[in-house]
Design a binder for this molecule. Structure first.
Ligand SMILES: [Zn+2]
Length: 309
């Protein structure tokens, strides 16, 4: 049966209609900034543009932040206006869609589900997904099933602590992976060091605007030293965190996705794999680190697949 999947992001709401594992239609809206009610209205509008929610299996939503297991409640999503505290997104959306079936999960959980069913993780049953974008998201498939954990936060590799990292994370804690490998944290560090007198093409290219992933790619291509150092630090921290995760749960695959990883390409993923391999507890492990295969649509596609789970 057809299903609607919606990837609710900080800047856009991207929806797909999925039939037989194929995307047959897409819809996109800007994410409103006026609070949770407006966001719910936009997600409902996106779903309705793709079909009658009552005539399909339902509407799956991938949302940023932690989603409380089995509730549809978003506990905390700092990148969405109005989601600083707990929001019953699933219940609000079901009401807005006249009682249609609604399932909500974390956005990276949804994306990894898609990669596991249809993309880079198809042949693997124990997969960690790490999404390197504005922040560092994570999700975990163990024994072929998405692991959510009692609080819904399983797999959040971005908020594990890495030795030697002394920067403050977006979540408020000190020393997390995201504080050195997330695009926003790398931008903060570049601007701080530029203000302290270091030259970098990163600030020239970005100006006062957001230092997008493409800006990092351009600066690295041009041999910018500061950009190179920031990336070296990010790769080293990813190697440390991912090899620790592999030691803890025994993985056969790490899938690397997200905006920054997409822009930096397979060379970046190869460097991360090298950094992981040098730290593996079992050096003969068959663990592989590969790029995500489904691109921008993974989150929305996986959100639709949530309805089968
Ligand atoms: Zn954190």
């Amino acid at each position: 049966m057809a299903a609607i999947g919606v990837d609710l992001g900080g800047t856009k709401v991207l929806g797909v209609l999925v039939e037989g594992g194929e995307v047959v239609a897409q819809a996109k809206l800007d994410t409103p900034r006026g609070g949770a009610d407006q966001v719910v209205t936009a997600v409902a509008e996106c779903a309705r543009r793709l079909g009658d929610p009552a005539a399909v299996a339902g509407v799956g939503v991938g949302a940023p932040g932690v989603v409380a297991s089995g509730t549809g409640d978003v506990v905390r999503a700092p990148n969405l206006a109005g989601f600083e505290a707990r929001v019953p997104l699933g219940a609000m959306l079901a009401a807005a869609l006249d009682g249609a079936r609604v399932v909500v999960d974390n956005d990276v959980n949804a994306a990894l589900l898609a990669e596991h069913c249809l993309g880079a993780g198809r042949a693997s049953n124990d997969v960690l997904g790490v999404w390197v974008g504005t922040g560092v998201g994570g999700a975990l498939v163990l024994d072929g099933r998405l692991r959510r954990g009692p609080g819904g936060g399983a797999g959040e590799i971005g908020h594990t602590t890495v030795a030697g990292v002394d920067r403050r994370c977006g979540c408020g804690q000190l020393g997390h992976l995201e504080a050195v490998a997330g695009r926003a944290a790398m931008e903060d560090e570049a601007r701080r060091r530029h203000a302290a007198g270091e030259h970098t093409a990163l600030v020239e290219l970005a100006g006062r605007k957001r230092m997008k992933s493409s800006v990092f790619a351009k600066a690295l291509d041009a041999g910018d030293q500061l950009a190179g150092e920031l990336l070296d630090d990010a790769v080293a921290a990813l190697g440390a965190a991912l090899s620790s995760a592999a030691a803890l749960v025994d993985l056969d695959l790490v899938v690397v996705g997200g905006g920054l990883a997409d822009k930096l390409g397979s060379q970046f993923v190869g460097r991360v794999e090298q950094a992981v391999r040098t730290r593996l507890f079992v050096p003969t492990s068959a663990l592989r680190v590969v790029p995500a295969a489904l691109g921008d649509l993974a989150g929305a596609l996986g959100a639709a697949l949530l309805l089968d789970a």
